[in-house]
Design a protein around this ligand. Structure first.
Ligand code: RFL
Ligand code: PHB
Length: 401
């Protein structure tokens, strides 16, 4: 089989790329290890930046999101059991965020690709990349027991942190940087009414907590735990006790509890791979970078990479211009580094580190106090949280990074 762009992975990055390429008249094939059912039901991100919402709407994917998603104009930061609102809308001249689950975005994308008779192959195995520096790289894979070869012009590695694409870049070419945090997030899905009209990020002496939402009847909450802790140690009662202690306020606000229908623990890390391009192979999304979830950036960064890649491929195929593709890695990494910085900053400001001295704790609280009481401080948080713009090539075509 032959295609213009072979895409490995049907997460938000791979599916969005295939959708945008279709709109530009460029042929692609998506190869996904998991089943359609599995990718459509895995619980992950929930916050979409304004830029992601705008892209989904502009490309015909906004209808259900607009109906079922929940728009938020701000977030709450809580410390010393008091809340402080960051008015993102006002501080960013009108930007907003949308609460719409990642698996709903995936469902909308899969539906759109299938209605357009797109080539999506689920439950493939043995995916391998070949000749990525040649003009016709290829991907071999097994589907329904048969071995296949897909010959392409380009390969998009959208296969997440553990996928094979990044490994196809020789070790002496790629530079990988990683930072592990001594924090984990225990996430729950609970059948309870909306806790609060906006997300609440809490710094408490017992540890971080986040109150988020999915629908008016289904809430998503997180508490900081040891990253090596076992979910079996966390009964529903113990989770609610911690959530209550960490989120109650001095004026007597108390969370409503109820049945927990799903719970799990994830460790937190930052990771970045320089370069994001090698020959005809382009990495996008979690395949190239990971951020801790505190800044709600992972999915949005993946979509940002794809905007750059899709535009680069469109300019090359339809207009014969190769500038964007030539600078793909620089354009993306510039934005990714800023999101890594922001996610790291949010994480360090909001989590309790048991090894911190009283001095370090004092600095952390002063940082929060500064952010909520200074317009410059809260504006910086707001513009990063709502999403920084993609910085395209400047006039002299020189990218600093
Ligand atoms: P994905 O979604 O991991 O998709 C990669 C796909 O590649 C497939 N794959 C393979 N396919 C074929 N052959 C192979 N050998 C393959 N190996 C892997 C996988 O099966 C998968 O389907 O990466 P992508 O597209 O780059 O998207 C990234 C996002 O999924 C991720 O960054 C976010 O979920 C991160 N994230 C959040 N991001 C946000 O923007 N806002 C949030 O509020 C937010 N909250 C979160 C999060 C991630 C979390 N977890 C679970 C780490 C909350 C949590 C708890
Ligand atoms: C979520 O709703 O899953 C969520 C919200 C905000 C974050 C991370 C995750 O920062």
């Amino acid at each position: 089989m032959r295609t213009q762009v072979g895409i490995i992975g049907a997460g938000p990055a791979g599916l969005m790329l295939s959708h945008l390429l279709y709109l530009h008249g460029i042929d692609s094939v998506v190869l996904e290890r998991k089943s359609k059912d599995a990718i459509e039901n895995t619980i992950r991100a929930g916050v979409l930046e304004q830029g992601t919402v705008d892209l989904l709407s502009a490309t015909g994917l906004g209808e259900r999101m607009k109906r079922e998603g929940i728009i938020h104009d701000g977030i709450e930061l809580q410390f010393h059991n008091k809340r402080h609102r960051i008015n993102i809308n006002e501080l960013t001249n009108g930007k907003r965020i949308m609460l719409y689950a990642q698996h709903e975005v995936i469902r909308d994308l899969v539906k759109a690709r299938m209605e357009a008779s797109g080539n999506l192959f689920f439950s493939v195995s043995d995916v391998e990349l070949h000749n990525v520096t040649s003009n016709s790289p290829s991907i071999t894979y097994t589907h329904k027991g048969e071995k296949n070869e897909l010959i392409c012009d380009f390969i998009a590695g959208c296969d997440g942190y553990h996928g094979p694409s990044r490994q196809a870049i020789p070790e002496d070419v790629r530079v990988e940087m990683e930072h592990e945090y001594p924090f984990g997030w225990l996430g729950i899905m609970t059948e309870t009414p909306l806790a609060h009209p906006e997300l609440i990020y809490t710094n408490h002496e017992r540890g971080f907590a986040l109150l988020s939402t999915r629908t008016p009847e289904l809430q998503r909450h997180y508490i900081q735990v040891d990253p090596n802790d076992d979910i079996k140690n966390w009964s529903d009662d113990r989770i609610w006790t911690e959530l209550h202690l960490r989120t109650e306020t001095v004026d007597g606000w108390r969370l409503v509890d109820g049945p927990i229908i799903q719970k799990n623990i994830v460790a937190m890390r930052s990771f970045i791979c320089e370069t994001m391009r090698y020959g005809q192979l382009f990495l996008a999304g979690d395949a190239a970078h990971i951020v801790p979830p505190t800044g709600a950036k992972g999915l949005n960064l993946a979509i940002g990479d794809i905007q750059v890649l899709a535009r680069g491929l469109k300019e090359l195929y339809n207009e014969g211009k190769g500038d964007i593709l030539a600078h793909y890695s620089d354009i993306c990494l510039r934005r990714v580094w800023k999101a890594l910085r922001f996610s790291n900053w949010m994480t360090m400001m909001l989590h309790r580190n048991k090894n911190h001295s009283p001095f370090e704790y004092g600095i952390q609280i002063a940082e929060l106090d500064y952010v909520v009481s200074s317009k410059a401080g809260s504006t910086s948080l707001a513009e990063n949280y709502a999403g920084l713009p993609i910085e395209w090539l400047n006039e002299s075509q020189i990218i600093v990074h």
